[in-house]
Design a protein around this ligand. Structure first.
Ligand SMILES: [Zn+2]
Length: 314
């Protein structure tokens, strides 16, 4: 049975991650050589994207065979097995940051452009399924590039398990890809919900509050602590809504809606520069693009879906 769809961009990854094959070097070597296997090259963490064939019909990810990327990758390039797609093809991500200018020279010259995936998500130029695969690829390559040395002894580590582990040849420590949980939440009280503003937000934008979870903390406790720290809002209960993989570099946004004890609040002036309780009708208007003097984040942000859930009576 398939999972019911998650409303968030970067979720709903359609591939079979095939974890049981990561430790099978013969199978992986065979698939690497198989011309039907597909590689997405990432240059400075940006994937190759092909230009639109038909104007405003969207762009495609630049999936290419190994032969097209190997000359650019250089020795020891990071390569990760992503999984198997619905057509049974093995998918890989490969770091080609060693290349000087792969858009203008070498085997990928003229293929397309290396584009930042947050921008692709904002513009909606790539299908949601492909964005989810790119999120996996970007988070994995990014992790390897930042974890080249053992945190226990300082020696250089080596890629293992098709990219899902790094091992230390000196002290034999094993290191696994990180996911850093972040709680993102909206406090509600009756017919109102609280949204805040940060100084860096575009003028007029209000959004859900957010913060990193701390070790030894439950999701509910992190939600209550963040609302208290940033806005002095006291909560009675916390409900989980949905999660969003957020590969910048390795977060998982955990969306929650919390029931506040009252509408009392006090902005901390550090994390938040403003905040306000909005009625359900005001938020419904904002979702339609008719907010009176304010707006909420667009659908590529989980905050949008928290607001939408509240408006719909979730
Ligand atoms: Zn070590």
């Amino acid at each position: 049975m398939a999972l019911s769809p998650n409303p968030n961009i970067f979720a709903n990854n359609p591939i079979d991650r095939a974890g049981h094959l990561r430790g099978n070097p013969e199978w992986l070597a065979e698939k690497r050589k198989d011309p039907s296997s597909l590689f997405v090259p990432l240059w400075n963490l940006n994937p190759l994207v092909l230009p639109e064939e038909v104007p405003s019909q969207g762009k495609d990810v630049g999936w290419v065979p190994a032969a097209a990327v190997e000359p650019l990758a250089g020795p020891g390039a990071i390569e990760v097995f992503l999984g198997i797609n619905r057509r049974g093809k093995a998918l890989f991500a490969i770091d080609i940051s060693a290349a000087r200018n792969p858009e203008a020279e070498g085997p990928l010259k003229g293929f397309g452009a290396f584009e930042e995936i947050r921008g692709l998500a904002m513009k909606g130029e790539i299908t949601a399924s492909e964005l989810a695969i790119l999120a996996q690829a970007k988070a994995m390559i990014d992790w390897h590039l930042r974890h080249g040395f053992c945190s226990a002894c300082g020696a250089k580590t080596e890629l293992a398990e098709a990219g899902y582990k790094r091992t230390c040849p000196s002290c034999h420590a094993e290191h696994f890809p990180r996911t850093d949980p972040v709680v993102i939440m909206m406090a509600t009280h009756g017919d109102k919900a609280f949204l805040g503003r940060q100084k860096i937000f575009p003028k007029g934008m209000y959004s859900a509050l957010a913060g990193f979870m701390e070790p030894g903390e439950s999701i509910e406790e992190a939600v209550a602590r963040e609302l208290d720290e940033e806005a002095k809002i006291a909560v009675k209960s916390v409900r989980y809504h949905s999660t969003q993989p957020w590969p910048f570099p390795s977060s998982l946004m955990i969306g929650c809606i919390a029931e506040a004890e009252s509408e009392d609040f006090e902005i901390d002036g550090v994390e938040l520069s403003g905040g306000k309780w909005f009625t359900r009708d005001e938020l419904a208007a904002a979702l339609r693009g008719e907010g009176q003097g304010f707006f909420v984040p667009p659908p590529f942000a989980i905050a949008h879906h928290l607001v939408k859930a509240f408006v719909e009576g979730w």
